[in-house]
Design a protein. Structure first.
Length: 97
């Protein structure tokens, strides 16, 4: 399993970063500062995304993206934690929180 945690400034907003990201062939990616639209452009199998930005327009947030048949399911979270995304990652018999 390949897990990528990448704090890429402006979160994969250009073709060069997207190409490099895809070359990593990640199963699970945790990406701060990613826009939801950019997350969707990567065509993940599943996506959990949230932001704490109060600005209107294209907001950046924290994303958990899965690929290669892995699925992320969001777990309940405490509202006092601003950007905290508890999740279950699973594929077949593999599962972890």
């Amino acid at each position: 399993m390949r897990i990528v945690s990448w704090n890429c400034y402006q979160g994969l907003a250009n073709a060069e970063k997207i190409k490099y990201f895809k070359s990593l062939n990640a199963d699970v990616a945790i990406i701060p500062e990613i826009r939801e639209a950019n997350s969707n452009a990567l065509k993940p199998d599943s996506l959990i995304w949230d932001t704490n930005s109060r600005k209107p327009g294209s907001k950046m947030g924290l994303g958990i993206l899965t690929f290669n048949g892995f699925i992320a399911t969001e777990l309940p979270r405490h509202s006092a934690f601003e950007l905290y995304l508890p999740a279950v990652i699973s594929k077949g018999k593999i599962s972890f929180n």
